[in-house]
Design a binder for this molecule. Sequence first.
Ligand SMILES: *Cc1c(COP(=O)(O)O)cnc(C)c1O
Length: 241
Amino acid sequence: MNEHRLIANWQQVNEQVTQAYVQANDLITDQKRVTRSASDVILLAVSKTKPADMIAILARQGQRDFGENYLQEAIEKIKTLQGQPEAASIVWHYIGHVQRNKTRDIAENFDWVQTLERDIIAKRLNDQRPTDMPPLNVLIQLNIDDEESKSGCRPEDLPDLIATIKDYERLQLRGLMIIPAKSNTDAFKRTKMLFEKTKQEHPDLEAWDTLSMGMSNDMAAAIANGSTMVRVGTAIFGARD
Ligand SMILES: *Cc1c(COP(=O)(O)O)cnc(C)c1O
């Protein structure tokens, strides 16, 4: 994909996010008044399997948050981009499954982990987060549809996991993440309810502000139901091999 096309895709997705937000919140729809800053929804550009130079191109346009699933590949890209000024403000999100023996690499290289699902992993990330870095931002991945095949914390186990993670000083608990069964509006609604319930029950969770739900094809429904972060790969970078 050439640079022009990549930027055009990214701009289009940005506009879709803004429009969905505007509609969901009944904001003024006068095009001229709706700028990107009108939206409180963060666009996470999912760059897995895509080269570092595509990330650099979007970073130059102002894209800040990037999501990666494959650790080795991600670390290579992070290192490649580290020296480049336009990449200095990139915020890296780990969105792949966290294996127990990979926690150190994650703790040392990422700003966020969106796929936390059990205490043993949280404890390791907390212990291994370098002291010269800010606390690692974490989202609990919720298995909202209680699917056998899916990772994620079961809704009934959520209160215990939150209570545990809250005490880890090197982790900053930010909210919830889901990958629903299909385009499932009900899953969005139930997750939003759990999100709000947790906020009420834990007023001391000061940074509890992120609900990561919605991807390329269910972005608008997720935003209408309170998503604060959508994760989009294909619609920006094109199909993956
Ligand atoms: C790959 C991935 C995405 C992006 O999916 P697309 O269909 O390419 O938009 C979003 N979230 C997670 C957790 C992913 O692994």
